[in-house]
Design a protein around this ligand. Structure first.
Ligand SMILES: [Zn+2]
Length: 358
């Protein structure tokens, strides 16, 4: 049975260990010690991601969360007020994702205390907030599990994220020719104008119910009176439909090809790459059914949802691991108003306990 006091103390002590992205050593050491005390075999890869395996029955199931937090996330002072945990207002809380990590450890410990467990693996990543960096560098040969539950959602555990987008990243540089803008503009080729013409053809905003596009950054030129020689930009398209993403991708490459043909003296160095895998699961998918059944057994009615952002589960999808994302009662992630609701943190630990039982 989940021990609420132990869960709360476990969570608060993790929150008090600073772990902004890139500085996860201390919290990783603490987590490793706790996992080993529970009988887990641990290892760390070159990137610093923490892996663990617990012996048990059947095919292993992977529980995952990330160890890093965003800023301002140093010297965090968590305050408990009734059912709510918040900060003193000067920092984030770091419930994202220490609520997930605490729920996993308490859930597993509770399952172990009450009898036989199934085989469980853990992957606690670094640098998730930098763009899933830790997961992208993870050594998946250390994991046997093909199904995962990622405790990194906003809200309570009843919301099961079963769809997340594929993300196409576009990094562009246009190179023209500089010239004095007042004396000899004819000799120049404005990289800025060429980039603007190209980007004017890029779709932006919400394209359909599962697809969005954005140009997030454009940078060019040095001074007012010079024709800009270089222009760089960052754009993206994200879609929960891989087919739609690929159609947009082909269309955008077509626009770039046309710009090259029309401006043979300029250079268009435009890199398209799939930055993040996506996934789309239904209620029949085995990991979704597993999580929903466990939620119902703990008295929580599951609701399946889609998200527009990415989590480590997106990276897992690219490695053939099907992952459902659930919450642990956290709200207002990445802000000083971040909170965690204790009753939902307990519910997340109960979910974990149920999943870990043999
Ligand atoms: Zn997170």
């Amino acid at each position: 049975v989940v021990n609420e006091a132990r869960l709360l103390e476990g969570f608060l002590s993790l929150v008090r260990i600073d772990s902004p992205s890139g500085e996860e050593d201390a919290v990783a050491g603490e987590l490793r010690a706790r996992i080993e005390a529970l009988g887990g075999r641990t290892s760390v890869d070159e990137r610093g991601n923490l892996y663990a395996a617990f012996e048990g029955e059947g095919e292993p199931l992977l529980f995952s969360g990330h160890m890093d937090t965003v800023e301002p996330g140093r010297s965090i002072t968590p305050l408990v007020e009734g059912d709510l945990i918040r900060t003193d207002g000067s920092t984030i809380l770091g419930g994202d994702d220490k609520g997930g990590l605490a729920a996993i450890l308490e859930g597993y410990e509770a399952a172990r205390e009450s009898g036989n467990t199934r085989a469980i693996e853990l992957l606690f990543t670094r640098g998730e907030e930098l763009g899933l960096d830790g997961a992208k560098a993870a050594d998946f040969s250390r994991l046997r599990a093909r199904e995962a539950v990622v405790f990194d959602g906003e809200g309570g555990p009843s919301k099961v994220i079963v769809e997340a987008p594929f993300i196409l990243a576009i990094d562009g540089t246009v190179v023209g020719r500089s010239a004095h803008a007042g004396v000899e503009p004819e000799k120049g080729i404005s990289a800025l104008r060429l980039a603007m013409d190209l980007l004017a053809g890029f779709p932006q905003g919400r394209l359909d119910h599962e697809t969005t596009a954005n140009v997030g950054r454009l940078e060019a030129g040095l001074v007012r009176n010079s024709v800009p020689e270089r222009c760089t930009f960052l754009a993206e398209v994200r879609s929960r439909s891989e087919a739609r993403l690929n159609a947009e991708w082909r269309q955008l490459e077509g626009l770039v090809d046309a710009a090259r043909r029309e401006n043979p003296e300029a250079r268009f160095e435009i890199d398209f790459h799939l930055a993040t895998h996506g996934y789309k699961m239904t209620a029949d998918e085995s990991v979704v059914a597993l999580v929903c059944a466990a939620l119902r057994r703990t008295g929580v009615e599951p609701e399946l949802a889609a998200m527009g952002g990415a989590t480590d589960a997106n990276v897992f999808a690219g490695h053939g691991i099907r992952g459902a994302v659930v919450g642990f009662g956290g709200e207002n992630f990445h802000t000083k108003a971040e909170t965690v609701r204790i009753s939902q943190l307990v519910a997340a630990a109960r979910l974990c306990e149920d999943l870990a039982r043999a």
